[in-house]
Design a protein around this ligand. Structure first.
Ligand SMILES: [Zn+2]
Length: 470
């Protein structure tokens, strides 16, 4: 309550149904949140909090659902502009990936990332992390700042010569975009120097910040992974990388080292509490135990339900978070991933529940913040944390009836499109379903033009299932 008695607060949100995600998981049936200098300075039942403050701005939320900004632990922002161009009947996306990455320009990188960030914000996400995918990192950062959300982007780094193949089919890209291990490490140092993950006390909380991010899987040499972890430990940063996405990766690891991928990470001293693995689908029981023992995090992504061991990992105490893996074919929508985590696991496993509504919301908020090394700042609505807040609209049928416990409605019933406003550091970056920092029409026009150019170049007709009549 450090806002009390210190003059007016910047913002007072009143009468919300506030899902706090605090350690006690309190839900405020009629709650208020006070914000000063981007932080939550007071919160609690409205009848207690509201009388304590005068505010520069007050909003009556009329029992709308409020929750912490969602965390998209894993996505890719620079292929958003070519969604719909990927083959629908094959996982071999190399023709489009090659064309996209070969044809990437600063303008394309920016436009694609703006669209991706818009989609995230409009579905209630306030921070995302990439696994390093930018060919023009400054443009990705500019896009994050245009939209006003938070992001953890990094350079595209592939240093393993000819290691990519099989269904992933990135070999052609790797040939062109491959860098030396030394250059890979230089890029990692560059991104964490230029976009610091943490700032000093009193400095503004960064919207864009980088960490130690790697493509992982078969794209990076062990030498780089080891050096990356040294850098991460030296700077106290998270190390986030793809791991154990495909059976190919497991086979390659077994053939080369006689160990599964996560076992190998443990053997070479890389596994630890700062490690977050995107996907981590192809795990055996021992690898789940290793992750739990190391305090490492896992991010779910595409392909996780059939063979993944996410319920087992949660039970073992692994920090499991959510990622949309947005870009290419997938939506940047963590709210939808929550729904799938609950609904599809119980369908596939024939048990009820497998992942609970509450666990899904934890995965999308506080677990996500922990996976990004930011649980002290983000992931819950608590005094002292950043005011990254999502308010759902009352103009959607699914916002009614107004039940006192809104969790299962939020996870299972609400469309992410019912998000009405999004605050980052208490700043409304999306208000009444309008972006406040920029003109979305310009963003749409740019992305439409760039995508049309790609469509002409790639030839969408090759992947269209139905005839296209001009
Ligand atoms: Zn990915």
């Amino acid at each position: 309550m450090d806002g009390r008695g210190a003059g007016p607060v910047d913002l007072l949100l009143r009468h919300g149904r506030v899902i706090t995600m605090d350690p006690a998981r309190r839900i405020l049936v009629d709650g208020a949140i006070a914000v000063t200098d981007g932080r939550i300075t007071d919160m609690g039942p409205d009848r207690e909090v509201a009388p304590r403050h005068t505010a520069r701005e007050t909003r009556d939320l009329r029992s709308a659902v409020v929750h912490p900004g969602l965390v998209d632990g894993h996505n890719h922002t620079n292929s958003r502009a070519v969604r719909g161009l990927f083959p629908k009947d094959s996982i071999d996306w190399s023709p489009v990936e090659r064309a996209t990455l070969e044809g990437m320009t600063p303008e394309f990188e920016y436009a694609s990332a703006v669209l991706a960030c818009m989609e995230m914000v409009a579905s209630g996400t306030t921070i995302y992390s990439d696994t390093g995918g930018s060919l023009f990192l400054d443009q990705t950062v500019a896009a994050i700042e245009t939209v006003g959300m938070r992001g953890v982007p990094g350079w595209f780094i592939v240093d393993a010569p000819g290691a990519l193949g099989g269904t992933w089919s990135r070999a052609a890209l790797a040939q062109r975009l491959q860098v030396s291990t030394q250059e890979g490490l230089r890029r990692l140092r560059d991104q964490v120097d230029r976009y610091p993950f943490r700032r000093g006390p009193g400095e503004p909380s960064p919207r864009a910040r980088s960490a130690v991010l790697l493509m992982g899987m078969l794209a990076n040499t062990e030498q780089l992974v080891i050096a990356a972890q040294e850098l991460a430990r030296e700077r106290d940063l998270p190390l986030i990388m793809h791991k154990s996405w495909s059976a190919d990766e497991v086979e390659a690891s077994l053939a080369e080292h006689g160990r599964r991928p996560v076992e190998r990470l443990a053997d070479i001293g890389v596994l630890g509490p700062n490690v977050t693995l995107a996907h981590a689908i192809q795990l055996d029981e021992h690898e789940v135990e290793l992750l739990a023992a190391a305090g490492a995090s896992m991010l779910r992504g595409v392909g996780a339900i059939r063979v993944g061991r996410f319920p087992e990992a949660l039970a073992a105490g692994v920090n499991v978070a959510l990622g949309s893996d947005g870009g290419r074919g997938q939506k940047h929508d963590v709210a939808r991933a929550m729904y799938l985590a609950v609904g599809v696991h119980r369908e596939v496993r024939g048990a009820f529940p497998v992942i609970t509504f509450e666990q899904a919301l934890e995965m999308a908020t506080i677990n996500g913040a922990r996976a990004l090394g930011l649980a002290d700042e983000l992931g819950s609505i608590e005094i002292g944390k950043r005011a990254d807040l999502v308010v759902h609209g009352l103009d959607a049928t699914e916002a009614h009836p107004k039940l006192r416990d809104p969790v299962d409605a939020l996870v299972f019933v609400m469309r992410s499109g019912s998000v009405e406003s999004v605050y980052v550091d208490g700043e409304p970056i999306y208000l009444g379903r309008r972006f406040t920092r920029f003109d979305p029409v310009v963003a749409y026009e740019t992305v439409d033009r760039l995508a049309a150019e790609f469509e002409a170049q790639i030839g969408i007709g090759r992947f269209s299932a139905w005839p296209l009549i001009e």
